[in-house]
Design a protein around this ligand. Structure first.
Ligand SMILES: Nc1ncnc2c1ncn2[C@@H]1O[C@H](COP(=O)(O)OP(=O)(O)OP(=O)(O)O)[C@@H](O)[C@H]1O
Length: 623
């Protein structure tokens, strides 16, 4: 059989861990809790390992430690070679339980984006990448779904796509958290068989699993069982029953050994955790005579032709043949890529790819762009008609100042709230992709800034232009541009503030804090309560309100020197605010400079965006 280049000893990596202790702090409890109590083990390359155990035994905790997801509170020795190869390629990939995929991309598009993010075009042309993708999709039986959008895939297809995505750069180690959850029995069997075949090519594959069927159980090379934070068995599938028998547990005939093992681990026959943990230290259960038998049988069965196989009534023999046949198939198809992949793309290239991905997403999700654009346009008309000729009517000057700030509040709120909800929704995809070394978090963040800024600017300009002209604001281009700049800065700052809240607290609290903080910013902007009427301490507090600088800049841009007197309607005897200087004086902004307030807004915007990045990174690490 032609084994792939991943058979090369340099890309084969065993995982050794010794005496791993994982301690967590439990709120309201003085003592810390040991989730893992000194577990050791060895997961070999070329083998498929299952981590089994009752709920709460520590399976996910162990997997998270091995992948590097969890580092805090962990003691012990973990040896799995270098975390990344000399060319920067990551040595392990982690496939999470949830298939975090962008719903608006097709399977092929998702694969192409992943290939471009993972493989430099200097070592593989686009054509070669497509051919690699086609091979992987073919091997994972996804060719028929190639043009299907991810949101329409079945659970099994999503899982296979998640695996396919990580196979693109062929990491020597694959970790999977409960890959069969949510799949029916045949899909589960297919997925585990696929993993078995991938392991046979020299990869180290480790997955957690709940209650495997007998068929699935047989596909594992090594079983690692946890109970109450201890390892109570590590050995081959075939040795499960003899091991349990030696410890005094007789597995009933026709009983699935995996079920029986879990019953023992669950303490259904009494608590024997310490006894089993001691017995599990022995190496003898790792090797099994049956393994030799299966391999021998493969040699026999692979010599047979298809007819002979189809006539074979021995279920085991057929399944062994099928597995090995697929294994050959896989190695033949995937073998060429490892020798070609040399380098990962630069972060600049990845930035460009992420910008393109964000742009496509924006335009495919019509609720994000088209609908919002329409709503801003309609809102502009309604609010504009509501204020009427406030821009020129001297009787409505105070209303006009209110109008200027209401626009800012409208734009602030409608931009901030989607920001609050956006990252909680995207964090799982981000977690998967950043952890699996598709790109760095900062690259992603810059890409989102670059793509979201023009779209928010467009929304602000559409809304503000509509209200500007309906309410007959000064038709001078310089004033128009100055007002527009203020509103554009408001939306960019609001986006940053939304992300900051969305990554700091959960969405429910985020919307609450968002509403409260916006209320305070409006109160302190100097319109509802004039600066001169505020207590001195509150005047200093108002310096933290972006809306304060926004209102000052808008008022100065609209009424600054040189503006002709406003029109006093014929039916009015006297208009107090005909002169723009009186309005500015009344608001206490007559000495304010437009550019200085723009700089202050810009500074606040930078603070929001920088803090948002820090909280996003913190959130990613914590999750
Ligand atoms: N950060 C943490 N803080 C407090 N307790 C924790 C923490 N992480 C894990 N635990 C506890 O450790 C135990 C093991 O958790 P873990 O998620 O590893 O179990 P599991 O075997 O994967 O369970 P399941 O099969 O139900 O997913 C649980 O009791 C869990 O509540």
């Amino acid at each position: 059989m032609d084994m792939s280049s991943s058979e090369d000893s340099s890309s084969r990596i065993d995982i050794n861990f010794e005496n791993i202790v994982y301690t967590v702090s439990v709120p309201k409890q003085k003592e810390k809790k040991d989730v893992l109590k000194g577990v050791s083990g060895r997961f070999k390359s070329g083998e498929l390992t299952a981590i089994l155990g009752p709920s709460g035994a520590g399976k996910s905790s162990l997997l998270n430690i091995l992948t590097g997801f969890t580092t805090h509170g962990v003691k012990g020795v973990l040896d799995m070679g270098e975390k990344s190869s000399s060319n920067g390629q990551k040595m392990c990939s982690y496939i999470l339980q949830e298939d975090n995929l962008y719903p608006f991309f097709t399977v092929n598009e998702t694969m192409v984006i992943a290939a471009n993010l993972k493989i430099s075009s200097r070592c593989m042309s686009q054509k070669e990448k497509q051919s690699l993708i086609d091979n992987i999709l073919d091997t994972l039986h996804l060719t028929d779904a190639k043009e299907t959008r991810c949101r329409n895939l079945s659970g099994g297809q999503k899982k296979r796509l998640s695996i396919a995505l990580e196979l693109i750069d062929d990491p020597p180690i694959l970790f999977l958290d409960e890959p069969t959850t949510g799949l029916d029995s045949s899909c589960s069997t297919y997925t585990i068989r696929l993993l078995h075949n991938l392991a046979r090519e020299g990869r180290t594959i480790v997955c957690t699993i709940h209650q495997p069927s007998a068929t699935i159980y047989e596909l594992f090379d090594l079983v690692y069982v946890l109970a109450e934070g201890h390892c109570i068995y590590q050995g081959s599938v075939q040795n499960t029953v003899p091991y349990l028998a030696q410890q005094g547990f007789q597995c009933p005939q026709f009983h699935n050994p995996a079920d029986y093992l879990l019953e023992v681990a669950n303490g259904e026959y009494g608590n024997f955790t310490y006894q089993l943990a001691k017995a599990a230290m022995s190496e003898q259960w790792r090797t099994s005579t049956n393994t030799v038998y299966i391999r021998d049988e493969y040699e026999l069965s692979s010599d047979k032709n298809d007819d002979e196989i189809s006539n074979d009534t021995d279920e085991k023999r057929i399944s062994v043949y099928t597995k090995t046949s697929e294994s050959e198939n896989l190695s033949g198809k995937l073998s060429f890529k490892s020798s070609i992949i040399k380098t990962t793309p630069s972060e600049l290239t990845r930035l460009w790819i992420l910008i393109s991905r964000c742009n496509v997403l924006l335009f495919r999700d019509w609720t994000v762009t088209h609908l919002k654009l329409l709503l801003h346009f309609i809102s502009g008309i309604i609010i504009g008609l509501y204020f009427g000729d406030a821009g020129v009517n001297a009787n409505k000057s105070i209303s006009n100042v209110g109008f200027l700030i209401i626009n800012a509040v409208y734009l602030w709120y409608t931009t901030m709230m989607p920001g609050v909800l956006r990252f909680p929704a995207e964090i799982s995809i981000l977690k998967k992709e950043v952890f699996n070394n598709w790109y760095k978090l900062r690259t992603y963040y810059i890409a989102t800034l670059i793509t979201s800024t023009p779209i928010h600017t467009l929304f602000a300009l559409v809304y503000a232009t509509v209200v500007y002209f309906i309410t007959e604001q000064p038709p001078e281009p310089s004033r128009y541009l100055k007002v527009m700049l203020v509103y554009v800065l408001v939306v960019i700052a609001a986006d940053g503030f939304g992300i900051l809240l969305g990554t700091l607290v959960n969405p429910v609290n985020g919307t609450f804090f968002g509403a409260i903080s916006s209320c305070f910013m409006i109160v302190f902007c100097g319109f509802l309560v004039l600066f001169k009427h505020m207590p001195v301490i509150m005047q200093y507090v108002s310096d933290f309100s972006l809306h304060k600088y926004c209102l000052v800049a808008l008022t100065v841009a609209t009424y600054e020197h040189g503006r002709p007197d406003l029109i006093c309607p014929e039916d009015s005897l006297y208009c107090h605010y005909s002169k723009s200087s009186i309005i500015m004086k009344e608001l206490g902004v007559e000495t304010e400079s437009y550019s200085m307030n723009i700089i202050k807004m810009f500074a606040q915007l930078l603070v929001f965006k920088s803090l948002a990045f820090i909280t996003l990174r913190r959130r990613l690490i914590k999750s």
